[in-house]
Design a protein around this ligand. Structure first.
Ligand code: SAM
Length: 210
């Protein structure tokens, strides 16, 4: 099992070892020893950690999070990271995200389209340590490539790719192969793993900027 980032650990909950982080609860998640239980069934990054993928995160990284929705996962990320820029293009979830950020001074919600990084290039700092991506939209590899500009040297991409968002009828493995190929110009793919049983037909990817 790979090491967890500082700030993430495993605690016993109802006889099971579960991931936890510090911080204010956000989505009705249970707590263990005062820490938030991180539900891998509701979070692709949580599933990547739960499945033992080596995210190379130490904790304290600067993060660009693409596809933040109402903040389920990005709240955990902000609770063990440095500055965390959270991009989401749907106004309704951004309203919830703003509430989540109110008690997290390092979390910056951005109502913007991740396919158009110019919309937030003036706000997001340069040379970030990591992009976390979970946009579940067509062109997921392209979104990752367009945002590589924000990463510093050796910056990491932690992406969850949903096969059905690319092509509802195609074999997921063929979709994932195309995604790997598209990423390979901007990133060196270090590890991939399917996220079952937590998320069907999703691929977790750990990659480093070239
Ligand atoms: N990452 C979230 C979590 O674990 O809490 C769940 C994300 S949900 C699977 C995908 C989100 O990506 C949706 O909220 C959707 O509105 C957003 N999204 C899709 N395409 C986007 C784009 N081009 N720019 C910004 N957000 C996008």
């Amino acid at each position: 099992m790979s090491e967890l980032p500082d700030g993430v650990d495993r605690r016993a909950v109802a006889g099971e070892e579960r991931l936890t982080t510090e911080g204010e609860p956000v989505y009705g998640e249970p707590t263990a020893d005062g820490r938030r239980v991180w539900d891998a069934g509701r979070s692709k990054l949580g599933a990547m950690l739960e499945l033992g993928m080596d995210t190379r995160l130490d904790g304290g990284e600067s993060v660009l999070y693409l596809g933040a929705a109402s903040g389920t996962t990005v709240s955990h990320v902000a609770d063990f990271s440095g500055p965390t820029y959270a991009v989401e293009f749907a106004p309704r979830p951004v309203r919830d995200l703003v509430d989540v950020a109110e008690v997290r001074p390092n979390l910056f919600p951005l109502l913007a389209d991740a396919r158009k990084p110019r919309e937030y290039a003036g706000v997001v700092e340069a040379d970030l340590d990591c992009i976390v991506q979970d946009v579940a939209t067509r062109g997921q590899a392209d979104v990752a490539n367009r945002n590589a500009q924000f990463l510093g040297e050796d910056g990491l991409l932690l992406a969850a790719i949903k096969a059905r968002s690319e092509n509802v009828v195609a074999d997921p493995d063929a979709v994932f192969e195309d995604v790997r190929e598209t990423l390979s110009g901007r990133y060196e793919v270090l590890e991939t793993r399917r996220l079952e049983p937590y998320h069907d037909d999703h691929l977790g990817i750990v990659a480093r900027k070239r």
